[in-house]
Ligand binder design. Structure first.
Ligand code: CTP
Ligand code: MG
Length: 222
């Protein structure tokens, strides 16, 4: 069974506020992208990788791959306006015969082999998608402007991360329609009636959003 990875790295990184896209902000002396790319490349589960890069950053993405001596990068495509569009454009580069696609955010550098294994395993048990999740630490409330409308029960809520794994056909169908409102791929698969399983995530899969996150992830680097 062939497994390809799509690395979503095409965002602008506006909240990080660097002079370059977030995937090229420095983490431990190299571009942020290098960390997740190296981990995907070293994974025994992954056969090939497509990078969705920001416009004009396709070649620099390939250079990062060369610098870390990655051997599995098939191409770097120009991403789209939204994350889901970037995934759709990268998916166009994945051959039809590939059975499974793993989608990961370059903004989550600290990918582990364990979590890759956890999201891939259930796909052979009848699930169309698998997402890693962590419990919510904070109390969550629904608000309307500055007014609290409702306090939600934390018991049946989780925070979902990437990597997310999918049967390739289910993901292709899911991203073919209107993807404008989606913040992750699994929600698109769910909307198509796909069965999505939740497995244990990893607190170290923190998504780098601002400079504090970058400093925290840097402190976690071995
Ligand atoms: N992403 C993408 N294409 C887009 C937007 C986002 O591939 N058009 C990717 C980002 O590169 C990131 C992941 O999706 O790896 C999660 O997005 P986010 O954390 O929001 O990153 P940015 O959009 O870059 O940051 P910001 O929203 O602050 O601009
Ligand atoms: Mg964004």
């Amino acid at each position: 069974m062939s497994v390809w990875a799509v690395l979503a790295a095409a965002g602008r990184g506006e909240r990080l506020g660097s002079d370059r896209p977030k995937a090229f902000a420095r983490l431990g002396g190299r571009p942020l992208l290098a960390e997740s790319l190296e981990r995907l490349d070293n994974s025994g589960w992954i056969d090939a990788i497509v990078i969705a890069a920001p416009p004009d950053w396709e070649e620099p993405s390939i250079l990062v791959a060369e610098e870390i001596a990655a051997t599995k990068v098939s191409s770097a495509v120009t991403g789209g306006e939204s994350r889901s569009e970037s995934v759709r454009l990268a998916l166009d580069e994945v051959p039809d015969e590939v059975a499974v696609v793993l989608v990961h955010d370059a903004a989550r550098p600290l990918l582990s082999e364990d979590v890759i294994e956890r999201v891939l395993a259930p796909l052979s048990e009848g699930w169309e998608g698998v997402v890693p999740a962590v419990p919510l630490a904070d109390t969550v409330k629904r608000v309307d402007g500055d007014r609290v409308v409702e306090t939600l029960s934390r018991d049946d809520l989780v925070a979902v991360q990437t990597p997310q794994a999918f049967l390739a056909d289910a993901l292709r169908r899911a991203v073919a329609g209107d993807v404008s409102a989606a913040t992750d791929c699994a929600s698109l698969v769910e909307a198509q009636g796909g069965r999505v399983k939740v497995v244990e995530g990893d607190p170290r899969l923190l998504k780098v959003t601002d400079t504090d996150d970058l400093a925290l992830v840097e402190s976690w680097l071995a």
